[in-house]
Design a protein around this ligand. Structure first.
Ligand code: ADP
Length: 167
């Protein structure tokens, strides 16, 4: 059983990692599929995002990292994956995931979307929130920002990369 776990991972959070760890118990293999979106300029380059994903998943043997662009269903088919793994933080995430799952099933009949409910500790954590806090904290000189606060949301490798990006 192969699943793809698609996303932007800009940057990878402990919320992503929690879904990956739990997913790795459910599937034989998980391919993290990093979206290459030409219409968006991410904070971290594709190579940086691949590096951080490799760093945080080094102890999960059945996880590999790849990039994709275009249709996720086509990428899944090419890789022989019959499952899409997604994390759900809220009703907002759920409302977004339902039509996506239905469309992906329409595109490729055997493609099932599996939704894992977030650990409550990470329910409010998004990559965007981390970018905002790191940007404001590292760049603003008028507040006493202790970057230990980031440890509850991102791994040490990711924190290091955030610091390098903003300082
Ligand atoms: P984000 O929404 O943080 O920008 P992505 O778009 O890269 O992240 O999301 C990839 C997948 O990870 C999606 O299924 C998303 O719902 C899930 N995810 C992101 N953050 C969390 C979290 N804190 N807890 C559980 N799942 C999450």
């Amino acid at each position: 059983m192969i699943a793809v776990f698609p996303g932007s991972f800009d940057p990878v959070t402990l919320g992503h990692l929690d879904i990956l760890k739990r997913g790795s118990q459910l599937f034989d293999e998980i391919i993290v599929a990093v979206l290459n979106n030409p219409n968006k300029t991410p904070l971290f380059t594709m190579q940086e995002r691949i590096n951080m994903l490799q760093a945080v998943t080094v102890n999960i043997p059945n996880v590999s990292i790849e990039t994709y662009s275009g249709l996720l269903a086509a990428f899944a088919k090419k890789r022989g994956a019959k499952f899409i793994l997604r994390g759900v933080r809220s009703e907002v995430d759920f409302a977004y995931e339902v039509p996506m799952a239905q469309a992906n099933k329409q595109l490729m009949d055997e493609l099932e979307t599996i939704l894992l409910i977030t650990d409550p500790a990470y329910a409010y954590v998004s990559a965007g929130l981390i970018r905002e806090i790191a940007a404001a904290g590292y760049v603003a000189s008028d507040i006493d920002f202790d970057d230990k606060v980031l440890d509850q949301w991102v791994s040490p490798a990711v924190k290091h990369m955030l610091k390098n990006k903003y300082m």
